[in-house]
Design a protein around this ligand. Structure first.
Ligand SMILES: C[S@@+](CC[C@H](N)C(=O)[O-])C[C@H]1O[C@@H](n2cnc3c(N)ncnc32)[C@H](O)[C@@H]1O
Length: 251
């Protein structure tokens, strides 16, 4: 991908998700899925159980644009430091902040100002004091090396124009032995990039999806072990919501 195309795509993604945040803030709709403003397929609040939804402000639930529930797979413990890549309206940051308690902290990283404003308001309303929202891109995480126990993310890595950089950054910020537990859209290996693009748009989380083996190989190359990519639900022919897990090698 040329650098101009990558820049343009990132700007298109930013614009679409700014629009989704505004729709929630102004009460004009959920996320505009029908208009292609967020990930296509099964998305959002339906992926969280009633108990979790009860812990959240309405706007955080409405702003949920994920394709899974990383907090259900990441197994968080008291006192841990968590990083959510592409934190959107803050739903997974708030749930994680409650799990790690006051001795832990959770960073939410997002490039879209409107999402960051919505997430900060939601975290305040939820009364969590251990959530910190950072502006930046997931290809260049603004945190020191070896500083995070767990990286989560929900339907964001497929939107990156440089997935190798994202996986390298996850490996850099995790402490040795740290875990990654991500929900994402993943393609079956039989689909070429062109066939993936026929099934949905880039901003709709389909065209930019990695295949299962591309994800596995990318994680291994970045320094992870115990890599697994498990499909959970089909969102288009050969394209699935998936849970991606791996552990940073301890050395
Ligand atoms: C599909 S939404 C998911 C939001 C949230 N994870 C959730 O489950 O509701 C994608 C989010 O990722 C952010 N995003 C997309 N690409 C990004 C990038 N390269 N760097 C930082 N944030 C990004 C968008 O601004 C948006 O808030």
């Amino acid at each position: 991908m040329s650098s101009t195309t990558a820049r343009e795509l990132r700007e298109e993604v930013r614009r679409r998700y700014a629009e989704s945040a505004r729709a929630v803030t102004e009460g004009t709709g959920e996320c505009g899925c029908g208009t292609g403003s967020c990930c296509d397929g099964e998305v959002g609040e339906a992926l969280y159980d009633l108990e979790q939804r009860g812990e959240l402000p309405d706007a955080a639930v409405l702003a949920s644009l994920g394709c899974g529930n990383p907090t259900a797979v990441a197994d968080l413990n008291e006192g841990e430091t968590v990083l959510d890549l592409g934190s959107g309206g803050g739903i997974d940051v708030i749930l994680s902040a409650k799990r790690v308690g006051s001795s832990g902290r959770v960073f939410g990283l997002d490039m879209t100002d409107e999402m960051l404003a919505l997430a900060r308001a939601n975290a305040n309303e939820a009364g969590v004091g251990n959530a910190i929202f950072l502006k930046g891109v997931i290809e260049e995480v603004p945190l020191p090396a070896d500083s995070v126990d767990v990286v989560i993310s929900n339907c964001v890595i497929n939107l990156s124009t440089d997935k190798a950089a994202v996986l390298t950054q996850i490996a850099r910020v995790l402490k040795p032995g740290g875990r990654v537990g991500v929900s994402d859209i993943v393609a079956e290996d039989r689909l070429s990039p062109a066939e993936r693009a026929e099934r949905g748009s880039y901003v709709g989380c389909i065209a930019g999806a990695l295949s299962k083996s591309e994800y596995e190989e990318g994680l291994l190359a970045a320094g992870f072990e115990d890599v697994s990519v498990v499909f959970t639900h089909e969102v288009a022919d050969g394209m699935h919501g998936a849970i991606v897990k791996a552990v940073k090698t301890a050395t």
